[in-house]
Design a protein around this ligand. Structure first.
Ligand code: SF4
Length: 290
């Protein structure tokens, strides 16, 4: 169809200055909440955000655990995980994101050690031989309170009480007082699985590999609260897209923003933090102001 053949929009039909995304994932919602301008850089301008070393360690360990949990329960041993890690390692090192890290041999050994620590850390928080896995890496789309949602659930387990949503984390766990704030992502997964499959999960869990488990009942209040926050984020995103108004939200995370060089407000904040001695030297964007 040519442009001339496209019928004009009705006069009363709202047309956003920026096209809305087809769906909102937890990471996209989190980026918008953290900084609307960063969201615009990433999701409207499609500027790349290559994952850093920590994210790639997470990808490596997730893949090994996905394969491990696909085995029969009695086969899910540390030795099997070692074999799977050796199998996954070449996939990891061939990936352009990994190659972009430019690790020297010592740093590569360090990366591999961190990846293995994350995998082995599973046994610190649960015995995988006792888990009844229903699904892994489950892609789920659902409309949640009118919001088109998309997510990838690390693991769905069957338990005596019902279905449980599990998400792996290879980073450090939050301090105790912030622990429950981290459950929004898995509560949204529970809502999406309930909407897509008609079976509501009873519990959600974050497995901080090698460290701890943060978990909660997926009761209607908790799930409804997470969906309400998603809806509020979506409404704010629709309003921003309508006016193409994505303001910067400078803060400590500017140090890890790959678009800081294109953001005057972020650069000013970085310079101020550097001058006050509160910008971490290992923040990648510190090089822009140090
Ligand atoms: S540098 Fe900071 S304010 Fe600017 S886009 Fe990045 S996160 Fe947002």
């Amino acid at each position: 169809m040519t442009d001339a053949a496209v019928p004009p929009a009705p006069a009363d039909e709202a047309v956003s200055a920026v096209a809305l995304p087809r769906h909102l994932s937890p990471s996209s919602a989190g980026t918008f909440t953290q900084c609307p301008r960063r969201w615009r850089f990433r999701y409207v301008e499609r500027r790349p955000e290559p994952p850093g070393e920590a994210a790639l360690v997470g990808t490596f360990s997730h893949r090994v655990l996905e394969l491990l949990l696909a085995l029969e329960p009695e086969q899910r041993t540390v030795e099997a995980a070692r074999r799977l890690a050796r199998q996954v390692w070449p996939e990891t090192t061939r990936h352009p994101d990994y190659r972009a890290l430019g690790l020297d041999p010592d740093a590569e050994r360090g990366f591999r050690w961190k990846g293995w620590q994350a995998v082995e850390g599973l046994w610190a928080v649960e015995d995988p031989a006792t888990v009844a896995v229903r699904d892994t890496e489950r892609r789920v789309r659902a409309e949640l309170d009118g919001v088109p949602f998309y997510g990838v659930v690390d693991r769905l387990d069957d338990t005596a009480d019902g279905l449980v949503v599990t998400d792996y984390k290879s980073g450090a766990p939050p301090r105790a007082r912030y622990a429950s704030d981290k459950l929004g992502q898995v509560l949204l997964y529970a809502a999406a699985i309930a909407a897509a499959d008609g079976e509501a999960p009873v519990r959600v869990r974050l497995l901080y590999l090698g460290a701890t488990v943060i978990e909660a009942d997926a009761d209607p209040d908790a799930v409804g609260g997470a969906v309400g926050e998603l809806r509020a984020t979506w409404d704010a995103l629709v309003a921003a897209a309508d006016r193409d108004d994505f303001p910067p939200r400078p803060g400590p995370l500017c140090g890890w923003c790959p678009h800081a060089a294109s953001c005057p407000e972020g650069l000013a904040d970085l310079a101020d933090r550097w001058a006050r001695g509160v910008l971490r030297a290992d923040a990648p964007a510190a090089a822009l102001v140090s």
